[in-house]
Design a protein around this ligand. Structure first.
Ligand SMILES: [Zn+2]
Length: 270
């Protein structure tokens, strides 16, 4: 509830939150009365969809059993809890294959999602989003093809068991080499061809500290990085994207987010 009030106080109508400490660990027990207050507030004020973010430490493609077991147990727990806020979205970084190869990484990630889906008696109401990554180190998801293959594998092994979508992070795709500043239409056409724009459910709106294709993943404040404000506002206003929820992950404090939200709203044309 406090998160929703904070979001509203800075002019937001959506928000993203960590389900637990971003570096991992146990989640706080659910306060059901607080969940009820949140649901009423969100419905009344038109806040949503909310986007839950898995801890960064979650690595479904890890080489060690305990790393993968932690990822699976954490995601399962998160998705069970999210059923109390129906229709939410859950974003995760697909994982790093740590030298096992992207193919093996995709196999590990998709098989984990299939096992998680099998633990629900009916299809979860939450849409699970694979985030596009910068391709830093051995990250899986730096190429649209890897995201597509992961989704395909889950859906062929467990048809209609889990709603799967994609969250496009503007900093990550830029760092991965997709030129959203110089050729946004081309990147979206490529996304559509490989993954399908129908899968795109959310945007992480970030500038990048690094050059196109740097494979680094360092978020920057809007307009202060290498993508630039004009390009980011073309993303916000693109007819294929403008109806999507946008979430900031810029290195800001609360006042900084308030300013960025006002900036985006002032440039938003619809
Ligand atoms: Zn992101």
């Amino acid at each position: 509830m406090a998160m929703a009030q904070t979001a509203e106080s800075i002019g937001a109508n959506v928000f993203q939150f960590f389900t637990r400490n971003p570096r991992g660990g146990a989640a706080k027990p659910l306060d059901h009365a607080d969940v009820e207050r949140f649901l009423a507030f969100a419905a009344e004020r038109g806040i949503g969809p909310i986007l839950a973010h898995a801890p960064y430490t979650l690595n479904a493609a890890g080489a060690e059993d305990r790393v993968r077991e932690f990822a699976e147990a954490t995601m399962l727990d998160d998705l069970k809890r999210l059923e109390f806020t129906p229709g939410a979205m859950y974003n995760f970084h697909p994982g790093s294959h740590v030298g096992q190869g992207a193919e093996k990484g995709i196999e590990l990630i998709s098989s984990m999602l299939v096992r998680i889906a099998s633990r629900f008696s009916k299809k979860p109401s939450t849409t699970v989003l694979l985030e596009t990554m910068a391709g830093k180190g051995s990250e899986v998801g730096g190429k649209f093809e890897e995201v597509r293959e992961t989704i395909d594998r889950v859906e062929s092994a467990a048809p209609d068991a889990l709603a799967l979508g994609v969250c496009l992070d503007t900093c990550h795709v830029w760092d991965a080499g997709y030129d959203i500043a110089g050729d946004l239409d081309g990147v979206l056409a490529r996304f559509d061809e490989v993954i399908g724009l129908g899968r795109l459910k959310a945007i992480h709106l970030n500038d990048s500290m690094n050059a196109l294709g740097a494979h680094k993943d360092r978020h920057e404040k809007l307009g202060k990085g290498r993508i630039g404000l004009d390009a980011l506002m073309r993303v916000v206003n693109h007819p294929k994207l403008s109806a999507l929820p946008f979430y900031l992950e810029t290195p800001c404090d609360l006042q900084g987010y308030r300013d960025e939200i006002a900036l985006v709203k002032s440039c938003y044309k619809q």
